[in-house]
Design a binder for this molecule. Sequence first.
Ligand code: B12
Length: 453
Amino acid sequence: MVTDIPPPSGTLRPRLLLVYPATVKLGWVRRFQLPSLSLQQVAAVVPASWEVTLVDEVHEDIPWDRSYDLVGITAMSHQATRAYEIADRFRAWGIPVVMGGIHPSVLPEEALTHADSVVVGEAEPVMERLLNDCRGGQLQPIYRSSPPSDDLLTVPWPRRELLAGKRYLTTQTIQASRGCPYDCPFCTVTPYFGRSFRYRDPDDILAELRSFSGRLTIFLDDNILGDPERARPILKGMVGMGLKWGGQANLRFAEDPELVRLVAASGCIGIFVGIETATGSYANLPKNSGGSSPAQLIRRVRDAGIVLEASLIFGFDDHDESIFDRTLRFLDECSPGVATFNVLTPYPGTALFTQFQEEGRILHQDWSRYDHSQVVFQPKLMTPDRLHRGWLEVRREVYRWPAIFSRVLSSPRGRFTTLAYNLLRRGGNLSAADLAILAAHDLSGTGSGGSSS
Ligand code: B12
């Protein structure tokens, strides 16, 4: 075990600034964002001899006028460009920068052109050594945490007190597991965490949940119900706690009606499910297919009073432009409480990225545009413009008022949550630029309309 080097007596504690980069300026929707658990979790393994400040650019500006001994920046791919700008600026002043998170972990050599050091993988096993090296002026370029082989996840509780004074939807975000038992070709999770799917000790999770004073709680797991047997003790312990929680899972859990009832009884009010596509070769991914039709499973979840958010992707190789109408029909049939739509995005490190790169179909590597709302590859059966416009058209149809009310009315329970969820999604739905694209197309007389409302 590496020991922390205490600061010489009478000196100030060394300062670590942790930054969550923002790529767009958000309006009122900002109030409904979640804080970065990644940085709170990094902070949790920083020894007390360091002073830690957490800055979330979504809510506040970076205090450029203060001096730090080390700056740590997290980045998903779409944040990488902004993360590099921030890193360059600090380094120009001689302040060392360490980067971590999914993008720098997948492309450490790229990140090292903007940072002194990169943590590849999870921070917990390497952070203390890194900080000691930093104090000794010996920062190494790469700190690689070895891929986990255990199925037990042992991590300290995140440092939520660093969020004091910031306004979020809730600061009660929690992680019960890391990894996912599936390996979908477009997803970064399994390439990043490896095949192991780890849960924390249920008693530790329940103790952390009991420490919460508010009701709304969000599990940030990739797949909280991915292993029903390991999720069950957590869910049972939550019954009667009075929490209202949301999370992400694969649809297959709904094959078991008893499990759906337990999920509802534990206080689940919303679950995000990657349906991915209404039809085609990805419609029956192992994570979602277990015998019953998606429509049956979605209805079962909805009828238990849980708002199911169906996430759909456009742009798979067997998607031609009929996918947009087919998706609207699928949604009419299944009637999930709420739906979100993504343009297929080949993230670096995924099998999809490798495939498209080999086929010469990656249009550019401007990571700031790898955000699921822009087309960064050459689709097989449509033009990039058609894919982008189809994605906009579906969102316009699904968030028309009659479509929203129809979803609310078809939810036998949880109508208020369904409405609130839809209003939130409608609020962040189409930008002025999106509406201009749709209007220009409608004026040209070739608008496709839609069928859902
Ligand atoms: C929770 C989550 C969200 C939350 C984020 C809330 C927030 N403010 O952070 C929400 C729902 C908002 C979200 C949105 C999106 N997300 Co998301 N999200 C996740 C998820 C499921 C968990 C992330 C998390 O918090 N984990 C818990 C922490 C503790 O773990 P961690 O992040 O891995 O951090 C550890 C290490 O990575 C490392 N580390 C991380 N940062 C740093 C920094 C430093 C300095 C150091 C030293 C170490 C370090 O140490 C940490 C502790 O071990 C991941 C999947 C995953 N497992 O990573 C996807 C994921 C990160 N999301 C992804 C994507 C694509 C998105 C969206 C773009 C999707 C969309 N359709 O819009 C949006 C972007 C939103 C935005 N505004 O920027 C992709 C990213 C792929 C990529 N290459 O960029 C992932 C990997 C999912 C996937 N299936 O591929 N997401």
